[in-house]
Write a protein that binds this ligand. Sequence first.
Ligand code: IPE
Ligand code: IPE
Ligand code: MG
Ligand code: MG
Ligand code: MG
Length: 304
Amino acid sequence: MATLSLVQTSISLKPALDAIGKSMDQRFDRLLPVPADGRERLFLAMRHAVIGGGKRMRPLLVVAACDLFHVDRERALRVAVAIEAVHCYSLIHDDLPCMDDDDLRRGQPTVHKAFDEATAVLAGDSLHALAFEVLADPATHEDPFARAELVLELARASGPSGMAGGQMMDLAAESESFDIGQTTRLQQLKTGALIGFCLEAGAIMGRVPDAGRTPLRGYAHDLGLAFQIADDLLDVEGSSAKTGKAVQKDAAAGKATFVSLMGVERARTQAQTLINQAIEHLASFGQEADLLRAIARFAIERDR
Ligand code: IPE
Ligand code: IPE
Ligand code: MG
Ligand code: MG
Ligand code: MG
């Protein structure tokens, strides 16, 4: 039964993942023409980070959430570019020697390996800024309140109460002993916050009032946690050939994760329970939420 659902999920999701991948590549290509001046290296590094790799799950989440509310596809893709830019910035910095010190990302040398550390820091900074530039542009939404809300939510999700804060806790988890509660909080910030933005952005773009956002917030909460458990499981059980990044790094760093705290089997069960819950949060939606349901299954069935 489990195998059957895995096959069905990957078949239905693959065209959508391929399409969003192409779309992101085209958009980043247009956004980042390489200038013939002293910034050439910076633009090449940014392009290295954002073009031609990654699952693009966050952009697909944005589009799937926007589709629920019939948001114009071009506009949804602008928001998708913004979240992918922040995500790629977070990966560039995550791979730096002062953080996880990784040489391989998406099957390619990490940005500081392909270029150098200073360029990698600046490429990350620039992608971070680019995301807000894209969101704040009137082409993203005609209503300035909607644009301001997008900017506010992405700032919250990226900063000290979101991704960056989670990354700080993640570093602390190498030297301090974290329990399940602390690890859950860490994962919510480090990974859950940016995933949460993807769903919130769909509601903002569709001008859905706060009260109507509860199902999407519940879905995002459970998906974010499950997604990071799957990442931690891949670190233990996955292959570098498939994931395109080094594996078995968390245990080597002595990092507390759900897997180190619960063991592989319980972590896998926990991830499955969270995904079932995530899908239950969508019960008030019909077929229009099938893409979100498929993404949720993919989040834990993936091998990369
Ligand atoms: C990796 O994210 C970092 C985490 C938050 C776990 P992804 O697994 O989405 O990485 P890409 O974008 O597919 O490379
Ligand atoms: C990184 O988590 C999360 C962010 C970049 C915010 P990990 O360090 O576990 O991600 P990978 O395994 O390097 O992709
Ligand atoms: Mg890390
Ligand atoms: Mg890492
Ligand atoms: Mg990891």
